[in-house]
Design a protein around this ligand. Structure first.
Ligand code: AMP
Length: 215
């Protein structure tokens, strides 16, 4: 199965992608996580992407497309993959479709997780994550048992630099300008399934699972 999770920053894509990919046995490919790993490894790609990421604007399409296709092509993704944070522009979506078509494949389902800007801002500016295991917390909605420490591995939790209020505003603006048009693109292709992202984590997971089963 090939699945895309679409939605603004703060929709809960990362949290839902981890749960859904595990439940369905799919490889979870998060463009943001891959870019952050490249940054940590000080690779050329990580270096090129850093400035864009810090400003909350998009990394150029050609860099992203070749990076993601490199992961989609790997043997572990052959049984199925879940794309999270990619594609984010019409050019990326068209590039992805063209490359999948070369292998006789298409996207099966595109889930659009819908949340309004006010909720997205609340979620992002209170978000914390564990640098070791990647678990995501929120200071109000899902706080760790011990303040500032991961429940799983005890590591000190960190906040992403681009979750600051100023950068969050830019990321939402970028989403509305560049990514929102993909909703109509996938609707036209008949693969779009909208899901309300405003509920609790379990509720949203159940709604996404239902759409995946109904395809
Ligand atoms: P995310 O973790 O998905 O919020 O992504 C963090 C940042 O990585 C974004 O603000 C962009 O700068 C960059 N990024 C992630 N995915 C993409 C993409 N598909 N296209 C361009 N830039 C991306």
């Amino acid at each position: 199965m090939s699945l895309v999770l679409l939605g603004p920053p703060g929709a809960g894509k990362g949290t839902q992608a981890a749960r859904i990919s595990q439940a369905l046995g799919l490889v979870h490919l998060s463009s943001g996580d891959i870019l952050r790993a490249e940054g940590k490894a000080s690779s050329e790609l990580g270096r090129q992407a850093k400035d864009y990421m810090d400003r909350g604007v998009l990394v150029p399409d050609d860099l992203i497309l070749s990076m993601m296709m490199d992961h989609i092509r790997r043997p572990d993704a052959a049984k199925g993959f879940l794309l999270d944070g990619f594609p984010r522009t019409l050019a990326q979506a068209q590039g992805l479709d063209a490359r999948l078509a070369e292998w006789g494949r298409t996207l099966d389902v595109v889930i659009s997780i819908e949340v309004d800007d006010a909720l997205a801002i609340k979620r992002l500016t209170g978000r914390m994550s564990c640098p070791k295991c990647g678990r995501i917390y929120h200071e109000t909605f899902s706080p760790p048992a011990q303040p500032g420490r991961c429940d799983v591995c005890g590591e000190a939790l960190i906040r992403r630099k681009d979750d600051s209020p100023e950068v969050v505003g830019q990321r939402l603006k970028t989403y509305h300008q560049e990514t929102q048009p993909l909703i109509a693109y996938y609707q036209e292709k008949g693969v779009l399934r909208p899901v309300c992202g405003a509920g609790g984590v379990d509720e949203v997971t159940a709604a996404i699972s239902k759409e995946c089963q109904a395809r």
